[in-house]
Design a protein around this ligand. Sequence first.
Ligand code: PMP
Length: 361
Amino acid sequence: MTRITPKPGIMEIDLYVSGESKLAGHDDVLKLSSNENPLGCSPLAARAFAEAAGHLHRYPSTDHAELRRAIADVHDLDADRIICGVGSDEILQFVTYAYAGQGDEIITTEHGFSMYPILAHMVGAVPVTVAEKDRRIDVDAILAAVTGRTRVVFIANPANPTGTMLSSDELQRLASGLPARVVLVHDGAYTEFAAGFDGGKSLVDQYPNVVMTRTFSKIHGLGGLRIGWGYAQREVIDVLNRLRQPFNLSNAQIAAASAAIRDIAFTEHCATLNAQLRDRLRNSLIQMGIACDESFANFVLARFADADEAAAADAALRAEGILVRRVTGYGFPAALRITVGDEDGVSRVLDCLGRFMQDRR
Ligand code: PMP
């Protein structure tokens, strides 16, 4: 029998593993495994979503004008240079499909977000993984890895799962050092948690080959609705829009996201609370003897003595109904990525790990 074979690269894709949400024996799980907003979404977004239920028979707009206007107003951007998608994952996919193909190279970094190599394989491109330095993206290593076949460079800044961040000088050095034919994707899924950072907007304004991506899944608490967006110069947005299905976002997605981004008070409250609780979580972990870099996102990477200790800590948390993320697949067998929860969530993690570390010492 002849077998149907897929295109080259497809069978090399390691399926994406998402944060678990269920734990046997626990009805009420404290889920800190997917960097979700512990406060949920803005009540205005929930109301807009409910109201959209009255228009389910209507097709949504194809150009997302209402949502792009809202994003542009809040972030002081040009609405014509925004593209919206099904999560920022879809924007990353548009960029990959538009600019890379069979045999091309896509640069990602050692501990980079796991979607990047998946996207590379989807188009038959080769993911080239560049070493990081002390869990930080190494600009020189990226620039040294560029070849004539490089088409795209993916960086998340702040990065997942390390939470570390490049300085604006390092970002400038990266953008200015890349050949103009290479697209630099500045993935800003966690931008809002890094106080005072513009998410790469100034880079986009300066360089025609930079695309910045953002999401409603994190600070806006709409991971379940799947909405993201990208910002780039007009020519790039025109290219990406050609790959977009005309009705990629539903009425409900557009309405909820527009309301969410306009609720600036809620967004600011979430960012302030996250910063306070992130500090508390990190400082307490360090006091217990668990290594933890400064994080600019809504999670911390807790590094244990070895993989066995990380597995035992994970088991201790699970026994109390707390789910965090093992990050072995990201090159951290001895670490756990812990989403910053609400006050009670952070206390529960710290109580559990405090007892765990005391028992071990
Ligand atoms: N980039 C990074 C760095 C992420 O951590 C995530 C979510 N895990 C995404 C992009 C994708 O987010 P979404 O598709 O939900 O917008």
